[in-house]
Design a protein around this ligand. Structure first.
Ligand code: PLP
Length: 468
């Protein structure tokens, strides 16, 4: 796949050829832009884009960010030139059909039933909104429970929907505490329980398998937010030994959920604008019913616009995912599986280096591919530890010759004290360092990242001691 620009050229050429087949027409001068101006403005634009952090490079080991796969870029570009709207099948029959195919593939990935209903969304946020909306319609007046480590979107979207919430405490390692859930379920107020498969902060999996059993005892609906971790189901069902047995069991348990959200624009190699919601019971589709006088005029089939809260959606997003999955299928031994396996190995490798390090200390044992740590730096108080993390973060990012980009993550002091009882909790939170190792190249880059950060950590503290 050297020089993938050739594929972009081919994609553009094929679409231009197709356009040519419709006959010549006169382009309107109103849209014309003089070449020199186009070139100049484009140069200024791409120059401004240089202000980004290098998300593509292994030295960027911060947030959940990476460029799409070239297949997704070529797929998106080709469809975008046509600009189909997957609001309705008439808005773009081929990408509408492709959307159905990729949604079926994602349903299979979770081992959901054949007739699972679903569609792509613009984001995980909208996908979760739809799942919570369906939950509200089926359990009116009841609360939604989610763990304190769940994505903040659940609290926010519940507010949008006017649904009461029940935050459930965690066990200090980022998992929902099922005893706390059981106590809340006893109240009879909860209608839906949300379990997270791969929390956004620590990448941990809620105890989904046991949690579902518990929720069912109280006749609750179960929604799984697998926006981040959903694709690791491929490895769970493939029996990969890179996942712990509980992780495997919890990911497999997603198969019995009522609804699931997964974000192809996170681990599915897609550009932003690609989430997905899946419903086990296809009859929830009737909740979306509406009357529109101006859409749907040529097909009798189920319209994607009839089962989506959003109206216009990029057909290109479905096309990009379709082409990507043709080349990198949702399988353990080829396609996406080896990509995900490399990310897990990267996290394991770094975790072992942190275990043996005197400079950097591990915070959580990674369950997926997110690694958390903090500088040892001899801190005796939470405030010192917090400041040391922030110093290393700044120093690493601003190094002019060999920068490394991390992210900061805020944890409660109580959770820290559980790990280091000798620490003095002089403030309620501490920032630690967090690396999402979602690029397979991290597998090779981790030893260097670790060594470089250890050096930077020593340098940062030496610098501080000189100035104080
Ligand atoms: C990213 C994420 C979301 C939000 O999805 P967006 O695509 O960013 O809107 C929700 N839940 C989890 C677990 C996530 O990781």
């Amino acid at each position: 796949m050297e020089g993938y620009r050739a594929y972009l050229d081919e994609a553009v050429a094929s679409i231009l050829q197709w356009e040519g087949e419709w006959g010549a027409y006169e382009p309107h001068p109103a849209l014309d832009v003089e070449d020199g101006r186009f070139r100049e403005a484009l140069a200024r634009y791409t120059d401004r884009l240089r202000g980004n952090y290098p998300f593509f490079h292994p030295r960027y080991a911060g947030q959940m960010l990476k460029p799409p796969h070239p297949a997704a870029v070529a797929g998106y570009l080709a469809a975008m030139l046509i600009n189909p709207n997957n609001h309705a099948l008439d808005g773009g029959p081929p990408t509408g059909q492709m959307e159905k195919e990729v949604v079926a593939q994602l349903g299979h990935m979770f081992h959901l039933p054949e007739d699972t209903l679903g569609h792509l969304t613009t984001s995980g946020t909208i996908a979760n909104l739809e799942a919570l909306w369906v939950a509200r319609e089926l359990h009116p007046g009841k609360a939604v429970a989610f763990s304190e480590d769940a994505h903040y979107t659940h609290r926010r979207m519940s507010q949008v929907l006017g649904v009461p919430v029940e935050p459930i405490s965690t066990d200090g390692r980022g998992h929902m505490d099922l005893d706390a859930l059981a106590a809340k379920l006893e109240s009879g107020r909860i209608g839906t329980v949300v379990f997270t498969a791969g929390t956004t902060g620590l990448g941990t999996l809620d105890p989904i398998a046991d949690g579902i059993d518990l929720a069912r005892q109280y006749d609750c609906r179960v929604h799984i937010d697998a926006a981040y971790g959903g694709f690791f189901s491929i490895l769970a069902w493939g029996g990969s030994d890179l996942l712990a047995s509980e992780a495997q069991r919890d990911l497999q348990a997603i198969a019995s959920a009522d609804s699931v959200v997964v974000d192809p624009h996170k681990h599915g190699l897609q550009p932003y604008g690609c989430g997905c919601v899946l419903f086990r019971d296809p009859t929830v589709g009737h909740l979306y019913k509406h009357d529109s006088p101006y859409t749907y005029f040529t097909s009798d089939e189920l319209h994607l616009g009839e089962i989506s809260l959003e109206c216009s959606r990029a057909g290109a997003a479905a096309g990009a995912l379709w082409l990507t999955l043709q080349l990198l299928p949702l399988e353990q031994d080829r396609g996406l599986g080896p990509v995900l396996s490399a990310c897990l190995r990267a996290a394991r490798k770094w975790s072992r280096l942190l275990d043996d390090s005197e400079t950097l200390r591990p915070y959580n044992e990674p369950e997926l591919d997110i690694v958390t740590f903090y500088p040892a730096a001899g801190s005796r108080r939470i405030s010192e530890l917090d400041a040391a993390s922030a110093r290393l973060f700044d120093h690493a990012m601003n190094d002019p010759d060999d920068p490394i980009f991390l992210s900061l993550y805020r944890v409660g002091s109580g959770e820290f004290i559980e790990r280091m009882p000798e620490l003095v909790a002089d403030q309620p939170h501490a920032r630690i360092l967090r690396s999402v190792l979602m690029k397979p190249e991290h597998e090779f880059a981790v030893p260097n990242l670790h060594e470089r950060l250890s050096d930077l950590a020593l340098e940062t503290e030496a610098r501080l001691n000189r100035t104080t």
